[in-house]
Design a protein around this ligand. Structure first.
Ligand SMILES: Cc1cc2nc3c(=O)[nH]c(=O)nc-3n(C[C@H](O)[C@H](O)[C@H](O)COP(=O)(O)OP(=O)(O)OC[C@H]3O[C@@H](n4cnc5c(N)ncnc54)[C@H](O)[C@@H]3O)c2cc1C
Length: 405
């Protein structure tokens, strides 16, 4: 190795910091960017009229066909073996095309995370190969939120006492009864990772995660809920009425649920942050192009000092949010370094940033920003829920503060 290269290598090791991605990561990021450009962007504004979810299904099938959907599935089962860094890079690119598509895919990975962490060899053999398949896009639903509240189920201080979805042993089976409301991929998932309890009075000791395949008798759905944004993602009530699954569908043991859920959130809050960055970037790129060509007072809008400063702030905030989520993702990808504080900081900052950036993108584009045709107003509507889901920001900020002490 030439001397200068050796020195450069030593320096980068000395500093312990690198801002480059591997060739593999660049390739997967490019694939996701091309997918967003060619497959998602041209149809992104049609999702709000896609009430049956056919268009979303087609896009998910295509994401499977090009290998994006299987990214986190372990390589031994035909997946991409992607780390949290790889997955969040992809989510950012997908969200540039459409926040809802990125959310449906990110939420599917959310539901797979506890399987990755706690599944037995037998569970891994039946769950992962179909999720890695390129012939059909299969989604997982992380069924956590209930009608009486989502935040309290995520809040470790509540010790799983507000979960009302019950599991009961019955011979070789568990019987599940309860209701979930709002999970992504509610009525179109292939597999449900259900947050439940054997007895809410026992707190975390009763908590568990249990796998329910689509089509299991007793599993039914309400009508998909019409929302402000994120239309490519389907959210509905999920009803479990005497749903029987073999005991082998439990992840770990009764009592493992709370710990697994909290570990899962560390990975998937970073995914939400990446989605927020992608949504903001999509709106920003449009606003930048617009203000470069729109002329007022004889010069491009982008050259007016007030607008230039707004664009500068938008670009700075997007980068800052990206650095936060990439640090959190990098930690998550190192053995034993997963960090709840950094994941939650990234989610809070990125979602607040996305709301500001998308609002300002509408502002600098004037009436055109407000028009459906350009998709910037869609980004603003999509961004809003990232402040709420996977840890509402009011609760999440408090959590970060508590983790400091
Ligand atoms: C598009 C979309 C995708 C979703 N995906 C999923 C999914 O994949 N899986 C899933 O299980 N759920 C999912 N959800 C549900 C989402 O996670 C919940 O809506 C969220 O957790 C908040 O729960 P909630 O709506 O019941 O609000 P609540 O818990 O009732 O909270 C309402 C508001 O009260 C405030 N608040 C609540 N608790 C506190 C506190 N402790 N301190 C301070 N303020 C507080 C916050 O402002 C919060 O926004 C999704 C929802 C949507 C719309």
């Amino acid at each position: 190795m030439p001397r200068c290269e050796r020195k450069a290598q030593r320096m980068s090791t000395d500093r312990g910091l690198s801002f480059s991605f591997s060739e593999e990561q660049e390739a997967i990021r490019r694939l996701a960017a091309q997918f967003a450009e060619k497959e998602i962007k041209p149809v992104a504004r049609r999702f709000e009229h896609d009430l049956e979810g056919r268009l979303a299904e087609e896009i998910i099938d295509r994401a499977a066909a090009v290998g994006l959907l299987a990214l986190p599935v372990p390589k031994e089962f035909g997946g991409g073996g992607g780390s949290n860094v790889d997955c969040t890079l992809v989510l950012e690119e997908l969200a540039v095309g459409c926040g809802g598509v990125a959310t449906a895919i990110g939420a599917s990975w959310f539901g797979q995370t506890p399987v990755m962490m706690a599944a037995s060899a037998e569970q891994r053999r039946w769950v992962f190969p179909p999720l890695a398949s390129a012939d059909k896009g299969r989604l997982v639903c992380m069924a956590m939120t209930e009608p009486a509240g989502g935040t309290d189920i995520e809040n470790p201080q509540m010790e799983s006492r507000t979960i009302r979805t019950l599991v009961r042993e019955d011979g070789d089976c568990y019987v599940i009864n309860g209701r979930k409301l709002w999970p992504s991929n509610s009525d179109n998932a292939w597999l449900y990772t259900v947050v439940a309890t054997a007895d809410p009075k026992t707190g975390n000791a009763g908590s568990c995660l249990i796998l329910v395949p689509a089509g299991t008798p007793g599993l039914s759905f309400g009508r998909p809920i019409r929302k402000m944004g994120m239309d490519a993602d389907r959210n509905a009530e999920i009803v479990f009425e005497q749903v029987r699954v073999p005991r082998t569908h439990l992840l770990g043991r009764i009592g493992d649920g709370a710990r697994l859920l909290q570990r899962t959130l560390v990975y998937n809050r970073v995914g939400a942050a990446a989605i927020a960055v992608g949504i903001a970037r999509g709106a920003f790129e449009q606003a930048l192009a617009w203000t470069r060509s729109r002329i007022t007072m004889g010069r491009p809008l982008a050259q007016h000092p007030v607008i230039a400063a707004m664009l500068g702030d938008m670009a700075t905030e997007i980068d800052a949010a990206r650095l936060l989520y990439q640090r959190a993702a990098w930690c998550n990808a190192q053995p034993g370094q997963a960090n709840m504080r950094w994941a939650t900081m990234a989610k809070v900052f990125a979602s607040e940033m996305a709301m500001r950036v998308t609002t300002n993108a509408v502002q600098v584009m004037g009436a055109y920003g407000y028009a459906k045709e350009y998709g910037v107003e869609k980004a603003m509507r999509d961004a809003k829920i990232v402040q709420i889901f996977i840890g509402a920001n009011e609760f999440a900020r408090q959590l970060v503060g508590e983790l400091l002490t």
